[in-house]
Ligand binder design. Structure first.
Ligand code: HBI
Length: 102
């Protein structure tokens, strides 16, 4: 059973994603969010395809919304109803995928 991030992990691992990685906490929920805008729909969908394959491999999936060239992503771990190390890992993977898909 995956555990919630400890306060130390929130300081050491989550804070950098928020301060420099473009992620933000979600109001009223232990979750993180980030929006991406690409050149067009095909670039956005290529990004989603890349992330989907990586998410499936790590058995941890994003909550996301796409319209045209925009992808809004929210990460949280359903099993523990909050942020876990899996969300940190997926957020870092998503940031890498976005930089290659642009
Ligand atoms: N994705 N975001 C998220 N949170 C989960 O708890 C989760 C998941 N993907 C797969 C998964 N859990 C499975 O491990 C469980 O459904 C068995």
């Amino acid at each position: 059973m995956v555990k919630l991030l400890t306060s130390e992990e929130r300081t050491l691992k989550l804070r950098p994603l928020i301060e420099t990685g473009g992620w933000a906490l979600v109001d009223g929920r232990d979750a993180m969010k980030k929006s991406f805008v690409f050149g067009d729909f095909v670039q956005a969908f290529a990004f989603m395809t890349l992330v989907a394959l990586k998410a499936e491999k790590m058995d941890h999936h994003p909550e996301w919304f796409n319209v045209y060239n925009r992808v809004d992503i929210t990460l949280s771990t359903h099993d523990c109803q909050g942020l876990s190390s899996r969300d940190i890992a997926l957020a870092e993977i998503i940031n890498q995928a976005a930089s290659t898909a642009k």
